[in-house]
Design a protein around this ligand. Structure first.
Ligand SMILES: Cc1ncc(COP(=O)(O)O)c(C=O)c1O
Length: 375
């Protein structure tokens, strides 16, 4: 591991593993050679890459066959799901979301509320808090909530929601429960049926180290039956080659969420990363993250900097967010870190640090040293 790569703290943004560049290039080179060959083998190859991508994701989240499909990103997957629900399902009811959800999901839902006739209920942070508490979510979660979107791990605080409690409450209220697992998929174990949830969204580009454009949507089999995706096309059918325009019928499973010819490049580019991840010792990946995040938390305490991430391991994802003295201090620190081959980012005065597989303890100590100089 080179010391340059050891200074990488951006797993909340893009995940890296040592062979990523070579794997990506090989996958794209193979793709190009198949796609550019004057024979008739293209679709067999491409569709099998897509199936492999879906299968690897399915295994990661414990999803049954025909319950996971591709989407470009989380926002798009959420749109696919929400607009597929029966016409009267959301009308006159509430959709519940926390204010610290990924903003893109909020932008989508707030725009859809008028069109689909639901009220978006956004649970706010308490004064001075860094994340929305589960109990505040539950306090607003009544029988009028048709659907709740839970962010498993927040991108601003790395705080992990208690899915068991939230899903049980959602079930009791008769709501559909969806989870955005983007910020911890591949780092923390997750299973679609423990606790059972109705839909799951993620991208592949963070801890899974995949390509942009390789999102996934899981839908619980019992829910699939009642979904009628708005964006539909020949690939939404059991047999895409049914071209009888008077005889469209949705596929009986997740394939109904497909529409026209699927874009497979991002999935194919991501397959090697998913294999890499599948073969890794998951407990080891997490233990490495825990050791380095523990160091960062201790350093923040020593320097009397505010911790914007829960202290308890069980309540956090893979990042440590630290509040610096000012936005200016954060703005100055990032390029200074870069000069030392240390890569992090900031949101306002908050420094975001996510050590992963390639991040070294030595680089973490160097980063802490620089933090000491600025604090
Ligand atoms: C919690 C969470 N959800 C979703 C996303 C990405 O959303 P999209 O794939 O729509 O860009 C991110 C990216 O940082 C995220 O942290």
């Amino acid at each position: 591991m080179s010391s340059e790569n050891g200074g990488y703290f951006l797993y909340h943004s893009i995940g890296q593993y040592p062979a990523k560049s070579a794997d990506f290039a090989a996958a794209m080179s193979e793709f190009a050679s198949v796609w550019g060959r004057a024979d008739d083998d293209q679709w067999t190859y491409l569709l099998s890459r897509r199936a492999e991508f879906v299968d690897l994701w399915r295994r990661l989240i414990g999803a049954a066959e025909n319950t996971v499909t591709t989407c470009e990103n989380v926002t798009q997957g959420l749109h696919m799901l929400v607009t597929s629900l029966p016409d009267d399902y959301l009308r006159g009811r509430k959709v519940l979301v926390a204010a610290d959800c990924f903003p893109s999901n909020h932008f989508l839902l707030s725009g859809l509320q008028e069109r689909l006739g639901f009220k978006l209920e956004t649970v706010q942070l308490r004064q001075g808090a860094s994340w929305v508490e589960d109990e505040d979510m539950i306090a607003k979660w009544d029988r009028d909530v048709a659907l709740a979107l839970v962010t498993w791990v927040s991108s601003t605080s790395s705080r992990k929601a208690d899915m068991t409690t939230l899903a049980a409450h959602g079930r009791a209220m008769g709501s559909l429960v969806g989870v955005d697992i983007t910020q911890a998929a591949g780092l923390l174990p997750f299973a679609v049926d423990a606790p059972a949830v109705d839909f799951v969204l993620s991208t592949s580009l963070k801890w899974m180290c995949g390509a942009p454009g390789a999102g996934i949507l899981y839908v619980r089999p019992e829910l699939i039956d009642s979904c009628q995706p708005q964006l539909r096309g020949w690939f939404s059918q059991d047999d895409p080659f049914n071209w009888d325009i008077d005889r469209f019928a949705y596929a009986p499973d997740i394939r109904r969420f497909d529409n026209g010819t699927p874009g497979i490049v991002a999935a194919a580019a991501t397959v090697p990363a998913l294999h890499w991840h599948a073969e890794m010792d998951k407990a080891g990946l997490l233990a490495h993250n825990r050791a380095l995040t523990g160091k960062l938390i201790a350093a923040a305490d020593d320097l009397r900097l505010g911790l914007v991430t829960p202290r308890e391991e069980a309540q956090r994802g893979g990042s440590v967010m630290i509040k610096l003295r000012s936005v200016e201090a954060a703005r100055q620190l990032i390029p200074q870190l870069r000069r030392h081959q240390l890569y992090a980012d900031n949101r306002g005065a908050i420094l975001r640090l996510s050590p992963g597989h390639m991040t070294s303890a030595e680089a973490t100590d160097r980063l802490i040293g620089l933090l000491q100089d600025t604090a």
